[in-house]
Write a protein that binds this ligand. Sequence first.
Ligand code: C5P
Length: 218
Amino acid sequence: TGRCVVAVDGPSGSGKSTVSRRLAVGIGARYLDTGAMYRAITWAVLRSGVDRADAGSVAKVADEVDLRIGTDPQGYGVTVDGVGVDADIRGPEVTGAVSAVAAVPAVRKLLVARQREMIVNAGRIVVEGRDIGSVVAPDADLKVYLTASAAARAARRSAEDASDVTATAADLARRDRLDSTRKIDPLAQAADAVVLDTTELGIDEVVARLRDLLTERG
Ligand code: C5P
């Protein structure tokens, strides 16, 4: 059980989180949810009251907060200045603001550096996000890009948080557009990523396929 880095990218609702956590448990690896880091910084920005359209102020908040995140796939905690934010970072306020905060270059620079450090320290880790295979860990042992139809993604998300499916579909479309068109590190498929469409696949099938791919690659 040596070093092994698996990069899992894709839009929200593609099954990334569930698949990544299960894969990590299955192969005895750590797990890093990079979206939770962007969400935690967004939470801090909203709490601070600074103008979130002001990139300089947003970057300053990101630089000053003490963000901590665990890497246990069976349950990790996120804290900001010692405050547990696991529930709050999934709420509508953070979800509505996170794409804008994640588009600030200084925020990305800071978090990408933290993510690389955590990956090196973990050695064996499944990392999920938007730019993992392309930017954070271009030398990952396996890069996966998960997709699913817009309808399937909206249905999964609204089942998860009991939200209205039409509103969820609109929010996903909005975030996809922002995440894919931002200037730095947009949501992108790495050239060497294995693309899996999960619309018709169950979680277990996806995880099994990824384990097969890892075995094939030794
Ligand atoms: O994956 P999740 O939906 O929690 O990510 C929340 C947001 O964080 C995304 O919509 C995106 O704006 C941002 N993000 C990012 N880069 C990552 C992970 C997340 O820009 N590696």
